[in-house]
Write a protein that binds this ligand. Structure first.
Ligand SMILES: *[C@@H]1O[C@H](CO)[C@@H](O)[C@H](O)[C@H]1NC(C)=O
Length: 174
């Protein structure tokens, strides 16, 4: 029974993820959480942010604060308007919240790099969320996207658990 489940899981995982390795993750560190949080960011929202960008060695490459508040930026979350690392790392965030994101190259500028950013760079962003607005797209479609994403994650979790159970069991039997 477990063998069948494990086999089913591996073939399902392969078909879901196209046989690729699990996708890279963003490391999220909440630096400041506001006392009041009326609403949290979700896919499709428009976000106004200030940000700083650091290399792995700690050197700062960019700050949006050089000129007062003039370089704060609006973008839409979850539609790849920004780096994948931002789309993944700036969800469920409150207005006034500040996060540090450590973004692996696969979710940033990858093998090519860009401008002053060398290939295969892990980048650190400090992002402060100033404002949230409803985005131009319908919320429903983004919730669907989110659901799909969740389904995939939970499938992986289920399968990981099955594999572990299977390993434990065969260990007991031998
Ligand atoms: C830090 O890393 C960046 C990118 O690799 C490089 O351009 C810069 O010179 C480095 N700075 C120091 C102080 O090592």
């Amino acid at each position: 029974m477990l063998t069948v489940l494990a086999w089913l899981c591996s073939s399902m995982l392969l078909s879901v993820s196209g046989g690729k390795l699990p996708e890279a993750e963003v490391e999220i560190d909440v630096l400041h959480r506001p006392f009041l949080c009326r609403r949290k960011t979700k896919y499709g929202d428009m976000l106004l942010v200030h940000h700083e960008l650091y290399f792995e060695n700690g050197t700062m490459l960019y700050t949006s604060r050089t000129d007062g508040d003039r370089h704060a930026m609006w973008f839409t979350l979850g539609i790849m308007e920004v780096l994948k690392g931002w789309d993944k790392g700036l969800q469920d965030m409150c207005s006034g919240e500040k996060r540090k994101l450590v973004v692996p190259p696969a979710l940033a500028y990858g093998k090519e790099g860009k401008g002053k950013i060398p290939p295969e760079s892990t980048l650190t962003f400090v992002v402060e969320l100033l404002n949230i607005k409803n985005g131009p797209r319908s919320h429903e479609s983004f919730q669907e996207m989110d659901l799909n994403d969740d389904w995939r994650l939970s499938m992986q979790e289920v399968c990981t658990n099955t594999h572990t159970a299977f390993r434990k069991l065969s260990h007991l039997e031998s």
